[in-house]
Design a protein around this ligand. Structure first.
Ligand code: C2E
Ligand code: MG
Ligand code: MG
Length: 576
């Protein structure tokens, strides 16, 4: 069979009443023949037909077959219907499966949602509660930051603010303001006697009474412990402040009821005035505090106003404190020695080491002035160690160790004694210097508090056992001399200068000196008389058998070079 090209076939089909479409594959010799059914009678009902033919090589045969498109369409439609039906069925199945699942899911979502909601509501409540609590505690903290919990009065933080406001008000009106520092006398005593609860009660009652005298231009606050500070503003003059102070004092006239017990207490007061003594709260409080301290020092229950003299004194004290802090480092502390003469032999038996301080700004400062300051500011330990070291070194320079070698008495402050490492400190100084411990006497005063005796006594016992002498200085000037003699390992007593002074013209002093010497001799303690200034005193003390004499009659305190020269001179004197 002749092959037709597709284009040719289409051209033929344009003109032929019968349409024959031949799609022929030349290599495989097979194709589809489509013809118009108009020419094929009877085939009309079946619709167009698609035929397939194949040329069988060698046989010259063409084998063909075909199918009606309508049948295919019908088949497809049926299949379509079937698929739709099956689809519906599947959809139904799917719905059947997913619907309950969705419902369960919805149900669960609702339950969980509700629970979450309820949880959320509870949490929200808790958060609101927490916020409320936070707000409350913030308010409480703000209150606590500004008010004293015990008395409900403003505390020191709020006080500064209040004073500044009142100062500003007074300044605006060209008036004065008074800062009044009040400190209760013997509050510790009330606490000890009636208990701390009673002490608190007293502070509360005082706070209430204080509030009662305030005008719109005044304030009061608890500064701490038993200290209160008032500020009275809009005052015309200092007289106005005095009037307010009298009001405060009147409040203490009626007793306070503490747990049914009527207790009377007093207070000391220090006052500073704006603008005379300071321009701000800090300055005024500090100056009122200074005069309060002074008034307490002078007489409890007193009132003191700040003034120029006090100002000068305060400035001097501040300078003294500052300079004293650096005195040891700058080598400003020195030691002089006053001989103690054996009454019988007239020989120097020992010396008392007395410290001296020369400062370029302050000049020579007496130990009576700077030792208490050194005790207060704590430099007494450094000064004490330094004096101890110099005294040991110089005494060795005066005479090496040996039988009857000159001894040295060193004054020890009660503050030094109370220090836990005192024993170790003095032992180490003595060992480093190389002086025989038996040559060193520790002079202690009667100013040690009775409470401290229990701690001090074993320390002194141990030091005494090591060989140190223990001397009780200024004997009979304190209030429990005999108690000290009884409880401390005393090896020597020193009759105070005040008794020696009156020895010849005061019967009582004479009797006392005799009694002290008798006590010393019966207790096997050496007795030293201080402040011997005259031959008569010397002779009287010799008559009473006082062991050692110390005073200007023999020698004033000497520096080490003068002492060495004096000693050589004395030896010469005696040998002739
Ligand atoms: P104190 O221990 O009773 O010393 C005796 C004081 O009397 C010394 O005064 C001495 O110079 C003075 N004095 C001695 N003989 C006479 C005299 O015949 N007439 C007069 N009017 N006075 C005489 P100073 O040196 O001024 O010492 C005063 C006090 O300072 C000492 O009294 C002592 O308590 C203390 N002190 C001195 N040096 C030290 C020290 O290094 N440490 C400690 N903690 N206190 C010391
Ligand atoms: Mg002394
Ligand atoms: Mg003395």
């Amino acid at each position: 069979m002749k092959l037709l090209s597709k284009r040719k076939l289409l051209r033929v089909l344009q003109y032929l009443p019968i349409a024959i479409i031949l799609v022929f594959n030349a290599t495989e010799k097979k194709g589809f023949l489509l013809y118009n059914n108009k020419l094929v009678e009877g085939a009309n009902l079946l619709g167009p037909k698609i035929s397939y033919f194949r040329v069988i090589d060698g046989w010259d045969w063409v084998i063909g077959t075909g199918f009606h498109t309508n049948r295919v369409l019908t088949f497809i439609k049926e299949k379509e219907k079937m698929l739709v039906a099956q689809g519906d069925e599947d959809l139904l199945k799917l719905l059947g499966l997913t619907l309950p699942f969705s419902l369960i899911l919805m149900f669960l979502t609702v339950i969980v949602g509700r629970r979450v909601y309820r949880h959320f509501v509870t949490l929200e409540g808790q958060v609101i509660d927490d916020f409320e609590r936070l707000k409350l505690s913030r308010n409480e903290m703000q209150y606590m930051a500004k008010y004293d919990q015990l008395t409900d009065l403003p505390n020191r933080m709020q006080l500064t603010e209040n004073i500044e406001k009142l100062i500003a008000l007074s300044k605006l009106q060209n008036k004065k303001a008074a800062v009044v520092f009040v400190d209760l006398d013997d509050f510790k005593h009330i606490n000890d006697q009636y208990g701390h609860a009673a002490g608190d009660q007293l502070l509360r009652q005082i706070g209430q009474r204080f509030e009662g005298i305030l005008s719109n231009y005044d304030c009061v606050s608890r500064f701490g412990g038993d200290e209160f500070i008032f500020c009275f503003s809009m005052l015309d003059n200092q007289e106005g402040a005095k009037c307010k102070v009298r009001q405060i004092q009147t409040l203490f006239m009626s007793p306070f009821l503490l747990g049914g017990v009527a207790v009377v207490t007093k207070c000391s007061i220090g006052v500073s005035i704006y603008p005379d003594h300071g321009a701000n709260s800090e300055e005024l409080i500090s100056k009122a505090d200074i005069v309060l301290y002074k008034s307490k020092e002078q007489r409890k229950g007193d009132v003191m106003f700040y003034n120029a003299d006090i100002n000068q004194q305060v400035q001097y004290n501040t300078l003294l404190e500052n300079q004293l802090n650096r005195a040891v480092k700058r080598n400003e502390i020195n030691v002089v020695y006053q001989p103690q003469i054996n009454t019988e032999t007239q020989e120097i038996e020992s010396v008392e080491a007395l410290c001296r301080w020369y400062n370029p700004e302050l000049g020579i400062v007496s130990p009576l002035e700077f030792i208490p300051v050194a005790e207060r500011i704590g430099v007494i330990h450094d000064i004490g160690d330094y004096v101890f070291h110099l005294a040991c070194r110089d005494t060795l320079a005066l005479m090496p160790n040996g039988k009857n070698a000159i001894g040295v008495s060193i004054n020890i402050s009660p503050k030094q004694l109370a220090r836990i490492d005192f024993e170790q400190r003095v032992m180490s100084i003595v060992q480093r210097s190389g002086i025989d411990v038996e040559r060193v006497t520790l002079e202690i005063t009667e100013n040690i508090f009775i409470d401290d005796l229990a701690t001090v006594s074993p320390v002194l016992q141990r030091l005494r056992a090591q060989g140190f002498g223990i001397s009780l200085d200024d004997f009979c000037t304190g209030y429990s001399s005999l108690n000290y003699l009884n409880n401390l390992p005393i090896s020597e007593i020193k009759i105070d200068r005040s008794f020696v002074d009156k020895l010849l013209n005061n019967k009582q002093s004479d009797t006392l000196v005799k009694a002290i010497i008798a006590i010393g001799s019966s207790c096997h303690m050496k007795v030293v008389a201080e402040g011997v200034e005259t031959l008569e005193q010397h002779e009287k003390l010799k008559e009473y058998s006082c062991d050692l004499l110390q005073g200007y009659y023999f020698d004033k305190p000497l520096n080490i070079d003068d002492l060495i020269a004096r000693y050589a001179e004395k030896k010469e004197e005696i040998s002739h």
